[in-house]
Design a protein around this ligand. Sequence first.
Ligand code: SF4
Length: 337
Amino acid sequence: MGKQSFYDFKIEDIIEFIMKRKAKKVLIQAPNGLKHLFLKHLEELKKELPNVEFIISGDPAYGSCFLAEIEAKRVNADLIVHVGHTEYYKATIPTIYVEAFSKLALTEKLAKKLLNYIKNLNVKNIGLCGVLQHLRSIEQVKKLLENNGYKVYIGKHGPYTKYDGQVVGCDYVSALTVNSNVDLHLIVSGGLFHPVGLGLATLKPVVKLDPYEEEVVDLTKEVKKVLRKRYWRIMESLNAENYGVIVGMRKGQYRPNLVKSIEKLVRRKGGRSTRIVMDIVTEENLLNLDNSFDAYIVTSCPRIPIDNLGEFRKPVLTPGEAYMVLTESLEKYIFPW
Ligand code: SF4
C-alpha cells in the first residue's frame, strides 16, 4: 500500500463542508508527517472547487491546540481544513477536522505477535487506547484479546480528545480512568511520543502495538529511563527561587488559570516568578533569557520539557512536575497537569 493511501482523508466530506459553507478562501493545516500525504489531494480539491482559493500553512501543526486561526484571519480565509487531530478548543473560524484514520488493519501476523508477547507477561486486565489515526483498529484488538480470555478496558475520553480510548500527548484521561483496573496498558500507535506519555501518566507497564512496523514493543523500561531523568530535573529544581513561567500565546495553549495557580504556589514557597510569553520554546530561545532564572515552568504544552528540553542546562518543568516541586510532594510522579 502506498503511504498516502494509508490514511482516509475523506476528501468528499471536505468538499461538501466547503461547498455548504460557501467558502471562497480555505487555509489547509496539517502536521508535518501528514502534510505531503494530504497535499497529494490538493489538485483534486482545486478541480472540484475551481472557485475556491487554497492556501497552505507551512508551519508545523503539533496539535489542534495550534490551530492556524491567526494566519487564517490574516489572509482572510473563511474556513480552515485541519488535518490529523480532533478539536482541542472552540475555534472562531469554521473548521473541519480531518481525522485521517489509518486504513491499516490488524494483520494476522501482528495479532499472533501480540498474543505471544502478552502470554508471557502473566496479566489478565488490559487497558486499551490508541492515537486518533489507529482508533478504528482498537475494536478489533479488543475482540482479539477478549476472545483469548483477557479483560479489556477502554476508558472515556478526556477534555482534549473526542473518542473513548483516544489519547494525545497532553490528555491520557481515557487510560487514567481505567488505570486502577488494569495490569498494563496497550496502545495502538507508531513512534515513542504517545506510548512514553502513557507510561508517565499512568505509571503502569506499557506495550505498544505498532501497525506501521508490525511490531509489539514493550516500552516499560524506556518509560522508567525517562522517569529517572525527570526526577533528576525535579530534584535540581527544589532550591530554585526565581522561575520563568512560559505562557503560550496560541489560543489552545494559553492557560491563564494554570499560570495563576502556579504563580500562587511559587509565592507560597517564598519564590518569585516572571511570565515569559513564548510559542516556540527551544534551547536557543531559552539561552537568551537564561541568566535571569533558576528554572522554567512550561504551561503551554507539557511535552516541551520532556521531549525538547530534557537535556537543557537549567531544569524545565511540566505543570505536573512544577506542582510536585512547589508543594514538595515527590512520592508520586504527576503528568501532564
Ligand atoms: S501535547 Fe502539546 S502539542 Fe500536543 S495537543 Fe497537547 S498541548 Fe498541543
